[in-house]
Each structure stands twice: as structure tokens, then as C-alpha cells.
Design a protein. Structure first.
Length: 365
């Protein structure tokens, strides 16, 4: 594996869309006591179900600690590859590499700086040193060269692309003080264009209400095909999310993609607000002498946080009446793929969902 000082744009590489073909998918086994309740046992069950669903479509590699290797191996299907790796937590989307490809089918990785969603400003845990090495380690496993972008703080959940020159982000996240505070918005956009090799960046204002990642785009809006997006939506004007989603809708309605096409926007309803219970909180360890969750705290639940695999879409379910309608919409948007809806409340308690815990590897040569 070579560590490259050039950029993907200079070398003719670009980030493909998630709905393009994959070689496989990486995940990280959950065990952190201040993220996952009661030793993460319920979260582990849900991670295993997600891995099993994706494995039907593409090769899954689960990264696990030395202590959890035997447990993970026992709980996961035989076909899932289990590899020992040191990490601080379990968010493969955010600490893993962003993969880029060229017209010859060659694959390389991009290694961003990871600082736990805000570093010492408003990050969610310390230290994050092991997570900041995950991207290069995955590229080493894949035997792929990697671009050194450690001068720029970014997580995989903070970006979505259409594979045809358009990226989508939120201002709430990328302009937050805990990431790249010395850079202007234009400088940040130029960096995205250089390392994703896109020509257009669509800036949404916000993400999902109380999303502790500073409102990642992958929880509010996603490309489902070129010039088409799905947007998390509520009709409840009294919900703080209404104004946030409407702002996104208004921006998207006025935008065009890198090819000059108007965007088709599909509204994906949100579940009713989900809150932490007393039992949930009792099962989570404190971090730095402070609780990481409080009773009654609203969680950032969204059906947009799905993963597009080769032959299926794996999406969250919340035991909510809206589960059925949300699944029907995703089935209509992906008629060529099986839609698998899985219960993910215990993943949600950790602070994310299915898209957050997965990282695809594009199909190359």
C-alpha cells in the first residue's frame, strides 16, 4: 500500500455512488460501554442481523477487538469475514476510508482525519486515535493505495454523491467549529471537489434534529439514482424537524446537479419521535464522569439511514406505524432490489443507524 500525496482529481479517480456495484462492505463490532447499553448485547444482535442481510448480496468483513473475536465469530454467519482490528467505537462509515475509482476500474482509498465528530470542541469521545487509523488499515487489507487527506476532518456520513459529479453535504456539519474551523466554506468545498472529484456541491442547511454528529447528511437526504434524492420528512409543523426538512426541500427544489438536471425529491416520512427510557440509560456507562444519554432524550431516528447493497437495500425499522409506509416508498424507489427492514432501536441508541455502521468497497478490478 502506497500513501499518496496527490489527489483523486489529479489522478482521474472519483467517488462512485453507493448504488453502483460493490465488492463488499466493512463493519465494526460494537462493544464500547458508554455507547452501547448493557455491554452492547442487544446492539450486537442487531449488527449481526444487518451483516447477515448484506452478506446475502456482497462480502461483509467485520472488524472486531481481540476480546470480542470469539463472540463475534459465534454470532455472525460463517460467510462473514471476521478480522481483528483495534478501534475506539463501531462507526465504519465515519472512520473508514472513502473509496474512489477510475475509468480502468482501479480502486484507491481516501484517508480523512477523524476526530470523533468534533475533537476537543464538541467531539463525542476521547481518545479517537485508534479510529483515526482504521481507514489506512482497511486499505492495507484491501491492498489499495490511499490518498493522505489527514489535513482535513471529514466523516463518511457527512457526504453523499451521485457518482456523476455531484456531492451533497450539510452546513451544520461541515462548517462546525470542531472540524475545520480555519477554513472558509469555499475552501471546504474546493477540498471536497479535489478529493471526491466532483464539480458540484449541494449545501443543505441542516440534518436531523438533535443528531449528535452535527447533523450528517446521510440521516436526512440520500441519492437513490442520478438526479433523484430521498428526503426525511414530517408534516407536523410543531416538530422542530419540520422547519429543518422544509429548508432542505426548498434548497433541493431550486438546485440542479452537476449535469444541469433538476432534482426529483421523494419525501420519506419520519417515525414518531423516539426517546431514551430510564432502563436504556441505566445500561450505559458514563464517559468522563458524565452520562452519555439522559432519560427522555430524543434520538435522531430516520429511515433515510439505509444501506444500498448489490441486490438489496437494508433499512431501519422502529416498531412504528410508519415503518410500513417507509418500506413501501423504498421498495418503489428500488424495484430491482429486495428491501430488508430490520429493527435497529439499539443501534440508534448508540447514535446512528445502518448507513453509519457500514462502508462499501466499490467493485473494481
Amino acid at each position: 500500500m502506497k500513501i499518496l500525496k496527490s489527489t483523486p482529481r489529479e489522478d482521474g479517480f472519483h467517488m462512485p455512488a453507493e448504488y453502483d456495484r460493490h465488492k463488499g462492505c466493512y463493519m465494526i463490532w460494537p462493544e464500547r460501554a458508554d455507547s452501547w447499553q448493557y455491554g452492547g448485547i442487544e446492539a450486537k444482535k442487531e449488527f449481526a442481523k444487518v451483516a447477515s442481510a448484506i452478506q446475502r448480496s456482497e462480502q461483509v468483513t467485520m472488524l472486531v477487538s481481540e476480546m470480542e473475536y470469539d463472540t463475534a465469530r459465534r454470532m455472525l454467519p460463517d460467510e462473514v469475514r471476521v478480522v481483528e482490528m483495534s478501534t475506539n467505537d463501531a462507526w465504519a462509515r465515519d472512520c473508514g476510508p472513502t473509496f474512489v475509482v477510475n475509468d480502468k476500474g482501479e480502486i484507491r482509498g481516501v484517508d480523512w482525519c477523524f476526530n470523533a465528530w468534533g475533537g476537543l470542541e464538541d467531539g463525542l469521545y476521547f481518545p479517537w486515535d485508534k479510529d483515526n487509523k482504521v481507514a489506512r488499515k482497511i486499505c492495507d487489507l484491501e491492498q489499495r493505495d490511499v490518498y493522505n487527506a489527514r489535513h482535513f476532518v471529514l466523516e463518511g456520513g457527512a457526504i453523499h454523491v451521485d457518482g456523476e459529479g455531484t456531492a451533497m453535504v450539510t452546513e451544520a456539519c461541515l462548517l462546525s467549529q470542531g472540524r475545520n474551523p480555519k477554513m472558509t466554506k469555499m475552501e471546504i468545498e474546493d477540498t471536497l471537489k479535489e478529493y471526491l472529484n466532483v464539480d458540484k456541491v449541494i449545501w443543505l442547511k441542516n440534518g436531523i434534529y438533535l443528531d449528535e454528529t452535527n447533523e450528517h447528511v446521510d440521516n436526512i437526504c440520500a441519492f437513490v439514482r442520478p438526479s433523484e434524492v430521498v428526503l426525511a420528512w414530517t408534516d407536523d409543523v410543531k416538530d422542530p424537524q419540520y422547519a429543518m426538512s422544509k429548508s432542505c426541500y426548498d434548497i433541493l427544489s431550486e438546485e440542479v446537479d452537476a449535469q444541469g438536471r433538476k432534482l426529483t425529491i421523494h419525501k420519506l416520512p419520519l417515525p414518531a419521535p423516539i426517546h431514551m427510557t430510564k432502563k436504556d440509560c441505566e445500561g450505559i456507562a458514563w464517559c468522563n464522569d458524565e452520562p452519555t444519554r439522559e432519560e427522555g432524550e430524543r434520538l435522531a431516528a430516520s429511515y433515510v439511514n439505509f444501506y444500498i447493497a448489490n441486490t438489496c437495500v437494508v433499512m431501519p425499522g422502529f416498531d412504528d406505524p410508519m415503518d410500513v409506509k417507509a418500506k413501501e416508498i423504498i421498495e418503489r424507489l428500488f424495484p430491482e432490489r429486495e428491501v430488508i427492514q430490520l429493527p435497529t432501536r439499539n443501534i440508534l441508541i448508540g447514535g446512528g443507524n445502518i448507513h453509519c455502521i457500514t462502508q462499501q468497497v466499490p467493485l473494481g478490478r
